[in-house]
Write a protein that binds this ligand. Structure first.
Ligand SMILES: Nc1nc2c(c(=O)[nH]1)N[C@H]1C(S)=C(S)[C@@H](COP(=O)(O)O)O[C@H]1N2
Ligand SMILES: [Mo]
Length: 335
């Protein structure tokens, strides 16, 4: 029971990811090699200067660890070898608390790591999936592993501990291609309630937004403000977030959008930090990619006045519906 609760945000988001974005978890398992190419990645420092670094030329460490997928599936532990992220970053002068990192993979998957997350201070779980403590891990860009299938796309960001330690799968970025130093990004949580309750953090939201970006459900929309300035918003459809708490799980615990419930009808409330609220009918929200929660504007996190999330998209009923600083999504008037 305890474990189920603690994994709720994870399980929900990841299931969303797994169900709607096939490329996230159902990677093609092709010709596993322990030392995969390429070993070069691009680093971009805070001044925008680019530097290509060959990871195989840096000192590396070895450790054991594994991860938990959104579905609760445990991968590993296995042994991984590669340079520490901090040593890689030292090649461009290192980072401080004032920085975050944007890690971009070859398939378009993208994850922002706070300074703390980059330094290995992420939640750990025991072999049963029970949360233990934050931190005590080495963040590594693995080039080699004892488990070929886990490293079929190197370099892979891994969190190494001693022994049976597990961390969240969404941080285990495969085929890392680029690491960019950016100003510090804050963590946030979105609360969701309906048939179930959940809370979604920034990292999980990002993994939903960018996993399988090419197919579904990452959304883009170019908007023009009153001054005529254009901006491109990116985010996740509202219905995907709704699917997390609309009570449609399959037997194996995966979440999916509850079409029947949406056709019977309920109200989706999108609520801002200051209490400003808009309501949409479930029928208008169902599978509507044109109404989404943006987390990026011109590829930057939304500013304080609009972020962390803003409701937007070409199918929004009116400008008044473009709720800024979204904090909560509630399904009400449930049948
Ligand atoms: N490049 C890339 N890395 C990724 C992902 C992805 O879609 N692309 N998905 C992440 C998520 S959400 C999880 S749970 C794990 C899944 O790891 P696996 O594909 O090795 O099972 O990888 C993470 N790393
Ligand atoms: Mo995941």
């Amino acid at each position: 029971m305890n474990r189920r609760k603690s994994l709720i945000p994870l399980v929900l988001a990841l299931s969303v990811c797994l169900l709607f974005l096939t490329s996230c978890a159902n990677d093609d398992v092709s010709g596993g090699k322990t030392t995969a190419e390429p070993t070069e990645i691009v680093l971009i420092d805070r001044d925008g200067e680019e530097k290509t670094v060959d990871l195989s030329k840096l000192e590396s460490i070895t450790g054991d660890s594994g991860f938990i997928k959104s579905t609760g599936t445990i991968v590993g532990p296995a042994s991984f070898t590669g340079p520490k992220l901090s040593d890689v970053l030292a090649e461009i002068g290192g980072i401080t608390q004032d920085n975050s990192l944007i890690v971009t993979a070859g398939d378009g998957y993208e994850m922002t790591l706070t300074y703390e997350q980059a330094m290995g201070n992420v939640m750990t779980y025991d072999s049963e999936g029970e949360p233990k403590k934050v931190g005590g891990l080495d963040t590594v860009l693995a080039l080699e592993s004892s488990a070929d299938e886990v490293l079929e796309k190197a370099p892979r960001l891994c969190y190494l501990g001693d022994g049976e330690i597990l961390t969240d799968g969404h941080f285990w970025i495969k085929e890392v291609a680029k690491i960019k130093v950016v100003p510090a990004v804050e963590d946030w949580e979105l609360s969701l309630s309906g048939i179930e309750e959940a809370s979604m953090d920034r990292s999980t939201f990002e993994s939903v937004a960018t996993c399988g970006r090419s197919t579904h459900p990452g959304q883009e929309f170019e908007d023009t403000n009153k001054k005529g300035e254009k901006a491109v918003y990116k985010g996740v459809p509202l219905w995907v977030m709704v699917s997390v708490v609309d009570g449609a799980d399959d037997e194996d615990g995966h979440y999916r959008f509850n079409r029947d419930l949406s056709q019977t009808g309920y109200t989706v409330q999108v609520i801002a930090v200051d209490g400003y609220k808009v309501e949409l009918s479930s029928k208008d929200v169902a599978y509507n990619d044109g109404i989404f929660l943006a987390y990026l504007k011109d590829d930057q996190p939304l500013d304080k006045d609009s972020g962390p999330l803003q409701l937007t998209g070409p199918k929004l009923p009116s400008k008044q519906h473009s709720v800024k600083q979204v904090a909560e999504i509630k399904l009400v008037n449930l049948p």
